[in-house]
Design a protein around this ligand. Structure first.
Ligand SMILES: N[C@@H](CCC(=O)N[C@@H](CS)C(=O)NCC(=O)O)C(=O)O
Length: 290
């Protein structure tokens, strides 16, 4: 193991604003709004305030899947929240999500608008509202809940643990990378074993559990996040690979991945989505940004 500088924590932790980490400019030890800014509101029943990260994509996939099933009530405006600019700390956003993280949803189809934050809660809310992608048979429903909450508990070790120390931390700390690489490989093995038993996480049907897990672990399996495919030998997880490819081929998933996306191919970035036709006419390349 490398010799890392020895750190003895002081009696009282102090905030070092400029710690060199990739997101040092937006991280802080307090909550609440930093500035006044109202959120825009469009014409559709559902207003989504988000960004095309794995957590954001879960919800846009669900909304596109609902629309593909013919649920017109799932029409939505997707507004871009640029987290690196601190949009999540505006007063309007904080009123919708006191935790200042995307995604956040407001349902304006109800007599009093309903706010929902946390991607898992949003997926469940939409699944219940439209009666879709959530099994009704009690066993499959329990399995769906189990994998949905597995994602909520596991992904922070992938993103905040492995991804942070492998890709974003200002120094490569062998102990931290080792610890989280082991955990992430264990998680991939958990998924691989489950997907050896059933085509989807909850069983025979594609559900919100797959929509929650795929944006993180499917992207990881294809080496699309943290450039860690070779390091973690992701091709070894054959069942995860098969499941990832099956979900990636769905047209609603292809659309959902484009919404609020601000990196990658310009033709695959739809910064804001206000109409189904926007996928054909308003991608970044067609807005003179290609
Ligand atoms: N558990 C939350 C995690 C959401 C989350 O971490 N969002 C990130 C982007 S992927 C964010 O908004 N970060 C901004 C910040 O931390 O200031 C969920 O599933 O919705």
């Amino acid at each position: 193991m490398n010799d890392s500088p020895v750190y003895t924590p002081p009696k009282v932790w102090q905030w070092n604003k400029d710690n060199g980490g990739r997101f040092a400019n937006i991280n802080r030890p307090t909550a609440g709004a930093t500035h006044d800014k109202e959120l825009p509101v469009g014409h559709h029943p559902l207003q989504l305030y988000s960004l095309g990260t794995p957590n954001g994509v879960k919800v846009t996939i669900m909304l596109e899947e609902l629309l593909a099933l013919g649920h017109q009530g799932a029409e939505y405006d997707a507004w871009l929240i640029r987290i690196s600019d601190g949009d999540q700390f505006g007063s309007g956003f904080v009123a919708v999500n006191p935790n200042s993280k995307i995604p956040a949803l407001v349902d304006r189809s109800t007599s009093t608008p309903i706010r929902v934050f946390e991607s898992g809660a949003i997926l469940l809310y939409l699944a219940e509202k439209f009666g879709a992608f959530l099994p009704t048979e009690v066993g499959a429903r329990a399995e769906c809940f189990s994998w949905l909450f597995w994602q909520m508990g596991s992904a922070p070790f992938l993103g905040g643990g492995f991804g942070h120390f492998y890709a974003y931390a200002p120094t490569k700390i062998e102990y931290a990378i080792d610890r989280y690489a082991m955990e992430v490989k264990r998680q991939l093995d958990v998924l691989d074993r489950r997907l050896a038993q059933a085509p989807y996480l909850a069983g025979n049907d594609y559900t919100i559990a797959d929509m929650a897990v795929w944006p993180w672990y499917g992207a990881l399996a294809k080496g699309l996040i943290y450039e860690a495919g070779e390091f973690l030998q992701v091709n070894a997880y054959a069942n995860v690979q098969r499941w990832t490819d099956t979900i990636a081929a769905r047209s609603a998933v292809k659309r959902g991945r484009m919404v609020n996306r601000i990196s990658g191919e310009p033709a695959e970035q739809l910064l804001e989505r206000h109409d189904a036709g926007d996928f054909d006419t308003k991608t970044h390349d067609k807005m003179g940004q290609g």
